[in-house]
Design a protein around this ligand. Structure first.
Ligand SMILES: Nc1ncnc2c1ncn2[C@@H]1O[C@H](COP(=O)(O)OP(=O)(O)OP(=O)(O)O)[C@@H](O)[C@H]1O
Ligand SMILES: [Mg+2]
Length: 827
């Protein structure tokens, strides 16, 4: 009995990880109530091992031939004709050029290998370089050396020294303007808030001070994976660094760090809170020259990726000020950095961290001139959409396997009768526009009742929708927040290697200057989109697995990444992605923050992101080498996105809805340059006006049409709905309509539209979606707004309230996704 309960628990956990329930059950049946063994079993089974006993057929392939509806499921179908089912382990397939022997021959070995701290960094260093120029051992305490206290690169001013360090250590010719500004603030012992685009080079702002002074820089960073990547890079540039996470610490690394053995200490916010005393000791011995708080938007409850421990970082100012520590002449400065902070978030950061009133704010453009943004409408939650939207990607990475594509299309039909007959609108290097110039993929399956505006408790259909949601997206299927211990190592050390001279023969290319001239940006437009690598972001863990499986089925080297997968697996994915052994990573938000891989050419969001901040942060992984890169958002524009269930407070839920509706507006827009919308969202005045690359810039705004009458009637009906207890002049009929059923209903958009269609001859045949689109545009312009919950409830009267123009109504009527085509401007 007890064993049965334990088995159920393991099955549940496996399902949470994203494995199919039948595979989970089968695994537990085979190996008993052990999570690790069950994971190994499923993964090994997928690769053909463990399965001899079951007739050579994997557990998952056994049960993948039927689904609830009796139709074949994707996994089995995609591999029909093969014995082995593709799986998340497909990414472990090595490129032909890589010899098997380089990795363990056993998958489970691979998964657990590396659980010892950082074999790569330490073991692969050709030369252990403790003698980087600021660090020769001087004293020994408790058997551990204490590093020298002050570094000498004298005779030059800090800027010259910084440029020298930059060239000698990092191989770059000069500091960027914003880097100079940030370093100038540090040199003047000033606090500094650095707001600069993704990939612009913020890390160097806090790394260089360690090399100029010989003192330590302490960097607060949110994820182990991010700290690991940065340490690894630094070690290659001859800089010793370590990271300290929140898990079981390797106390020797921590002790060494506190004794000044590393130039740069990365630490997660949770851990730094317990290290205040030892850090004060370090400040007195070797010296701490700077506290850097990276990804500082995590401080703010109103930002994305909120991390409560970030809010306690005011301890740094309180405990490392000159009035507190007598040996300090100045407060140890704080440098806070992010690429995605809206104006309210910035204020929050300064306040929460108790940064000085004289904090220098270094603000650069958030514009990334080499990113080509576009939005495509499709029903991403339907697996049948994969065939249509991912075929181009498959063509890029596994080009020659045309037969597979054919196989898939029949599977798509098999799985879901809603398959689309329209022309292929998938991502295309040169194809940023669909034939009608609208970038809309028609989806015959759009459900007019889908608009999230109708999600109210009072609404009968809502309950069933919520039920559907809770089945479709179990709470645990969503990675809502980042957690620091995203890997299986809690800390690690990286000894700086001697920078290899050859490394610097070629100067690295600098990313395109955001203020670059139109001619420079037009040059980017002419560039072909290189193959590079791709990240696909999806909302749920399950989708990471299903899309990976789908891609692997066509021979694409893809891997899934979500917070519930074994940490050693996640580490392996990072490693292989960085080494270009993987072509595609299909991930939840758990992957990506701060990832600095130069050749990511495509960021595909397959489903709505959680916020525009998150979207821009994730899109910012692309094109960090300055070359053309593509950021495509596939989303269902025919309904407002709904929140996936999670444990949020009421205020957080409201805020989350607000952020989602910003995303929706971004998706629906067809009249304004997408890059402009994004940078203006962060409070920037976008001087260029047009990026020249995005779908809107390329297609141009659609034709305008005057829809004054329609806008008028919608406004009046909404007003009537809200004033239904009062007489409302000539709209009494409509008001009575609202009361007639004798029930008090919270007005919602669907009711308003129904009223219009019932009561106006002229509009009785118009489309629900069309009205929903119009309502969204009016909302976007501030004429109406959503009330409590998700009900479009409040009306704002404007003097020009009824004057709108809407784009090409005729074309729009031909398209299913009406809302995306609408655009409005005041006369
Ligand atoms: N002065 C410079 N000249 C040329 N390249 C530079 C310079 N400074 C930094 N870089 C390079 O820019 C790339 C991006 O740097 P980094 O990871 O610090 O970006 P970031 O601003 O922190 O981005 P994110 O917000 O995404 O974390 C790195 O590969 C880095 O080496
Ligand atoms: Mg960064």
């Amino acid at each position: 009995m007890g064993k049965a309960v334990a088995c159920d628990g393991i099955v549940e956990k496996l399902i949470e990880m994203g494995f199919e329930s039948c595979a989970a059950e089968q695994a537990v049946k085979e190996v008993g109530p052990s999570l690790d063994k069950a994971v190994d079993y499923i993964l090994n089974c997928s690769s053909g091992r463990n399965c001899e006993g079951s007739g050579g057929m994997s557990s998952s392939s056994k049960c993948s031939t039927s689904s609830r509806s009796g139709k074949r499921m994707l996994s089995g179908s995609a591999c029909s004709g093969q014995k082995r089912q593709s799986s998340i382990l497909e990414h472990f397939r090595l490129p032909r050029s890589v010899k098997r022997g380089m990795l363990s021959s056993n998958v489970s070995d691979i998964l657990v290998s590396g659980s010892k701290v950082l074999p790569l960094s330490v073991n692969e260093c050709e030369e252990s370089c403790l003698s980087v120029d600021c660090g020769k051992a001087e004293d020994v305490v408790d058997g551990l050396p204490v590093r020298c206290k002050e570094k000498v690169v004298s005779g030059l001013d800090w800027e010259e020294r910084a440029n020298r360090v930059l060239q000698e250590r990092f191989g770059y010719s000069s500091l960027k303007g914003f880097q100079k500004e940030a370093l100038a603030a540090w040199a003047a012992h000033q606090d500094c808030l650095v707001l600069a685009a993704t990939g612009s080079g913020k890390s160097l702002c806090f790394q260089i001070p360690a090399l100029l002074t010989g003192k330590v820089v302490v960097v607060v960073s949110p994820l182990i994976s991010l700290m690991h990547d940065q340490c690894l890079k630094l070690s290659k540039h001859g800089v010793s660094a370590c990271f300290l996470g929140s898990g079981q610490p390797d106390s020797s690394v921590e002790k060494k760090a506190m004794r000044g053995m590393y130039d740069i200490i990365y630490v997660c916010p949770e851990t730094i809170l317990r290290l205040i005393k030892p850090l004060q000791g370090l400040a007195e011995s070797r010296g701490i020259t700077l506290f850097a708080i990276d990804e500082v938007h995590c401080v703010s409850k109103w930002g994305h990726d909120f991390r409560p421990a970030y809010r306690q970082l005011s301890v740094l100012r309180e405990n490392f000020s000159a009035c507190n520590l007598k040996f300090l002449k100045f407060n140890i400065p704080i440098m806070a950095l992010t690429a995605t902070a809206t104006i309210p978030v910035r204020g929050d950061v300064l306040e929460v961290l108790s940064m000085s009133k004289e904090t220098k704010v270094v603000l650069t453009s958030f514009f990334r001139p080499n990113l080509r943004f576009s939005v495509k409408h499709c029903r991403t939650s339907s697996p049948s959409s994969y065939g249509k939207n991912l075929s181009h990607l498959i063509g890029i990475y596994a080009g020659k396997k045309k037969s597979n594509e054919k196989k898939w299309s029949s599977i798509g039909e098999d799985v879901d009768d809603c398959s689309d007959n329209s022309t292929d609108n998938s991502i295309s290097d040169g194809d940023v526009s669909s034939p009608n110039g609208m970038n809309i993929i028609e989806d015959d399956c759009c459900d007019v009742d889908d608009d999230g505006l109708n999600l109210t408790k009072e609404n009968g259909s809502t309950a069933s929708r919520e039920k559907e949601m809770s089945i479709e997206y179990l709470e645990n299927d969503v990675d809502v927040f980042h957690t620091v211990d995203d890997w299986d190592v809690a800390c690690g050390e990286f000894i700086g290697q001697s920078p290899c001279k050859d490394q610097y023969i070629c100067q690295s290319s600098e990313t395109v200057d955001p203020s670059s001239k139109i001619e420079d940006r037009l040059k980017i437009l002419q560039e072909p989109l290189e193959e590079g690598s791709t990240i696909i972001y999806v909302p749920t863990r399950k989708e990471t697995l299903s899309i990976t499986k789908y891609l692997c089925g066509f021979g694409v080297k893809a891997a899934a990444y979500n917070a519930s997968l074994p940490k050693s697996h996640l580490r392996q994915v990072h490693k292989e992605f960085h080494q270009n052994m993987l072509q595609v990573v299909v991930a939840t938000i758990a992957f990506g923050m701060g990832i600095d891989k130069s050749n990511i050419r495509r960021i595909i969001h397959y489903g709505w992101p959680q916020s525009l901040e998150a979207y821009y942060q994730e899109a910012g992984r692309a094109g960090r080498d300055g070359k053309l890169a593509e950021c495509v958002l596939y989303a269902n524009l025919s309904r407002t996105p709904s929140l996936l269930p999670s444990k949020r407070s009421e205020a957080q839920t409201k805020h989350a809805y607000k952020m989602l509706s910003d995303c929706f507006r971004y998706g629906m827009n067809t009249s304004c340059c997408r890059a402009k919308i994004l940078v203006e969202y962060f409070g920037e005045d976008f001087v260029s006006e047009k990026c020249l690359l995005c779908d809107v810039c390329v297609n141009g705004p659609p034709e305008m049409q005057n829809l004054k009458e329609e806008a008028d009637i919608l406004m009046k009906v909404i007003a009537a709905g809200h004033l239904s207890n009062h007489s409302f002049g000539s709209y009494d009929d409509i008001c009575n309509g609202f009361k007639s059923k004798g029930t008090v209903q919270k007005p919602n958009l669907r009711m308003f539209i129904t009223k219009i269609r019932e009561q106006s001859q002229k509009f009785c045949t118009t489309d629900q979606l069309w009205w929903q689109g119009l309502a969204r545009i009016m909302e976007g312009k501030g004429y109406i707004r959503e009330g409590d919950g998700k009900v479009l409830a409040q009306m704002i009267f404007h003097s020009h309230s009824s004057v709108f123009e809407v784009l090409d109504y005729t074309k729009y009527l031909q398209c299913i996704s009406v809302s995306a085509l609408l655009c409005m401007c005041k006369n």
